[in-house]
Design a protein. Structure first.
Lengths: 340, 370
């Protein structure tokens, strides 16, 4: 008897874990309806299919126009972990496109994601932090993260989370703290970051130094950094062999040394010799920051005295291909040779 | 055509058989046929007849051919109809299957006898030779699946064979397809690599920008800080200067006030001294001494002396009075007109005495005042 199935084997590109897609423009609306169905399997299959579709920017645009974000928001609190994981994955891929980011800000997904920070599943948390990271790169996104009051929980999570998630948190924090720093200081961010500066992983150290840089670019941050005595730790980190760590550390020192207390604390921690070493290296990325820090330290009388002997190092910096370094070297020489 | 599946047996284990019609026991054969229909319709308690002596039950070899006796079957109306029909139309409606074409009637005097004409004679008897055989089936097995029905081949067999190289040359034909496949894959890979490169370039660009921005920001903050310090310094110096001016002014005022006061006071002292001198604060002690002690003593002595004088005069007056009174007494024995003259003289004398003393007192006082 004839049957519609030709062969006992399924055709090779049907994935039973994904929902079949309707043709053309109908694909996304149908997936939207399937997402809202009460049956768990349908929802999971629809999410898997959606994950693959969302890599295309046009589909992202269409999805946001259709209001997928609201159905995804309701799915974020689903009891099944696969649903949550896939929903966060979809949102994180959407956040890679600028339309996606704007849509996420407008529909207030960030506040809905705050509940997922304590999710027991690792992947959900990782995706959530990826979303926060991408959002924080936008100014409005950073504002949204700040408004959702996420900074204190993120600072707390820094102490307890896995390493790769910690990197994401540090990135998010660095972008958000560029805007406003008071909440983080209230949550004791400087202490946590001081511990992270001695973490075995290079990436975490460099990112922690970057966050400290952002903190100390604000006035109250500088005061907090001086008070918590982070400067000696930073000076000890200058000896680190990894270039990213060096760059960020010198940057943090640069900002922290602007205040007089910071300057004296840096002088007390004997920051000048390692900085001079960094300046002398021709290929160091930290050159610019090191020159700037030395400029700041040269405003102190003791610093000026010490640096008067090392003027030739700065002269050599004038030949650097980067224009910024040249300018910085000129300014440094001017400051060193200034007489009251 | 795929054969239909065997209907699955009911899973009940205590019923081993399945029937097309359930077995039922037959009611006993009625003695009288006319009662048969009545007995069938009666639904009362079934009386089971003895199956062993029921003539309806077939006995013996179940596989032998036997015809049911006509009378054994109760003639139901459906059976009666065709019988009647057959009886009515004996000749014309008889089909070949119902009545075998008989041999013609025997000729007179002859008799037809059935004779076997085969090679081997066969003993025909009603009683069939029976042999008892036993066999026991195995446990009921599942009905084996129906063997695949492959219909018999119909039609003419025709074969054709494509020799190698007749249809197409694989190597040549596959080239464009392979090119497309490989090209697309490589293109996709290249795109991805380029995208990654672009992304990393963007990131490094962003990093460089961030560094520059931070450096500039730090420079800005440094200059701000410097500016702030300079301003503070200036402010402090200005305040100091103001204070200094203030102090200077105060000092000048003080000096001026001092000079003025000195000048004022310089004039003051002589006048003060003069006033004091005038009011008698500066005195010559000897003079004062003389004035305070000597002169009162002198005056008191003078007063005493004068009082003594006065006393003396008073004494004198009193003496005079006494004398006068005595004389009066003495003269009173004579005419009394002398009495009135004498008292008139006395008051005059006594008036004169206090007057004299008053004059003496008055004279004393201006001297004491001097």
């Amino acid at each position: 008897m004839a049957q519609p199935r030709i062969s006992a084997y399924l055709p090779p590109d049907i994935d039973p874990t994904k929902a079949p897609l309707a043709f053309g423009r109908r694909a996304l609306p149908k997936l939207n309806e399937e997402l809202q169905s009460p049956e768990l399997l349908t929802q999971q299959r629809a999410l898997m299919a959606l994950c693959d579709l969302v890599h295309d920017p046009e589909k992202v645009y269409q999805a946001i126009a259709l209001g997928f974000l609201d159905s995804l928001k309701t799915l974020l609190v689903h009891h099944d972990q696969t649903v949550r994981q896939k929903a966060t994955e979809v949102l994180s891929i959407m956040a890679l496109h600028s339309i996606g980011r704007q849509g996420l800000i407008k529909s207030g997904v960030i506040s809905a994601l705050t509940g997922l920070l304590d999710d027991p599943v690792d992947i959900c948390r990782k995706n959530t932090h990826q979303i926060f990271d991408m959002m924080a790169k936008l100014p409005e996104g950073a504002g949204g993260v700040l408004q959702a009051g996420l900074i204190p929980p993120l600072v707390l999570k820094l102490k307890t989370e896995l390493d790769e998630i910690q990197e994401l948190i540090l990135d998010t924090l660095s972008n958000c703290l560029r805007v406003e720093v008071s909440e983080a200081l209230a949550a004791g961010a400087v202490t946590v970051l001081k511990e992270k500066l001695s973490h075995p992983s290079t990436a975490i150290r460099s990112k922690a130094a970057w966050v400290l840089l952002e903190i100390s670019s604000h006035a109250e941050g500088k005061i907090a950094v001086c008070k918590e005595e982070v400067i000696p730790v930073l000076v000890s980190l200058l000896e680190d062999t990894q270039p990213e760590v060096q760059v960020n550390t010198t940057g943090a020192l640069m900002f922290a040394a602007v205040t007089p207390q910071g300057r004296s604390s840096a002088m007390g921690a004997e920051a000048i010799p390692p900085l001079l070493k960094l300046v002398a290296e021709e290929t160091s990325k930290a050159r610019l920051n090191a020159i700037k820090t030395l400029t700041l330290l040269a405003e102190l009388p003791e610093g000026r005295q010490t640096l008067l002997d090392h003027r030739d190092t700065f002269q050599r910096c004038l030949d650097d291909p980067s224009e910024a370094v040249q300018r910085a070297a000129e300014i440094a020489i001017t400051v060193i040779e200034w007489k009251p | 055509m795929v054969p239909t599946m065997v209907p699955t047996r009911a899973p009940e284990l205590d019923v081993p058989y399945s029937f097309c019609s359930q077995p039922r026991s037959l009611a006993p054969r009625p003695k009288y046929r006319e009662q048969s229909s009545a007995a069938e319709t009666e639904k009362g308690p079934r009386r089971y007849g003895n199956i062993m002596i029921d003539p309806r039950v077939v006995r013996g070899n179940a596989l032998s051919l036997r015809l049911l006796p006509e009378g054994a079957q109760p003639s139901t109306p459906e059976v009666k109809k065709p019988k009647k029909a057959r009886k009515k139309l004996p000749a014309t409606k008889l089909t070949q299957e119902q009545i075998r074409p008989g041999t013609p009637e025997p000729v007179e005097g002859r008799e037809h006898v059935y004779v076997q004409t085969e090679l081997y004679l066969e003993e025909i008897s009603d009683r069939i030779i029976e042999v008892d055989g036993e066999c026991q089936t195995d446990e009921f097995l599942d009905r084996p699946p129906t063997p695949l029905f492959i219909p018999a081949k119909t039609g003419k067999d025709v074969a054709t064979q494509i020799e190698e190289g007749e249809l197409f040359d694989f190597d040549i034909e596959v080239k464009p397809m392979l090119e497309v496949l490989v090209g697309k894959t490589v293109e996709q890979a290249l795109l991805e690599v380029m995208e990654e490169e672009e992304l990393s370039q963007l990131w490094s660009h962003q990093r460089a920008f961030a560094e520059l921005r931070n450096a500039e920001f730090a420079e800005l903050q440094r200059l701000e800080e410097q500016d702030r310090r300079i301003r503070e310094e200036k402010e402090r110096r200005r305040l100091e200067h103001l204070e200094k001016l203030q102090k200077q002014k105060e000092t000048a005022e003080k000096v001026a006030a001092r000079a003025f006061a000195q000048r004022y006071l310089a004039d003051l002292i002589p006048s003060v001294f003069n006033n004091l001198h005038d009011s008698g604060f500066f005195y010559d002690p000897v003079e004062r001494d003389i004035e305070t002690e000597f002169l009162p003593w002198l005056m008191s002595e003078v007063e005493e002396t004068l009082q003594k004088k006065v006393l003396g005069r008073m004494m004198l007056d009193s003496l005079i009075r006494m004398v006068v009174e005595k004389r009066l007494d003495e003269y009173s024995h004579p005419p009394p007109c002398d009495q009135t003259e004498a008292p008139a003289e006395d008051p005059r004398a006594t008036d004169a005495a206090p007057q004299v003393s008053g004059e003496a007192n008055a004279a004393d006082q201006p001297v004491a005042e001097e």
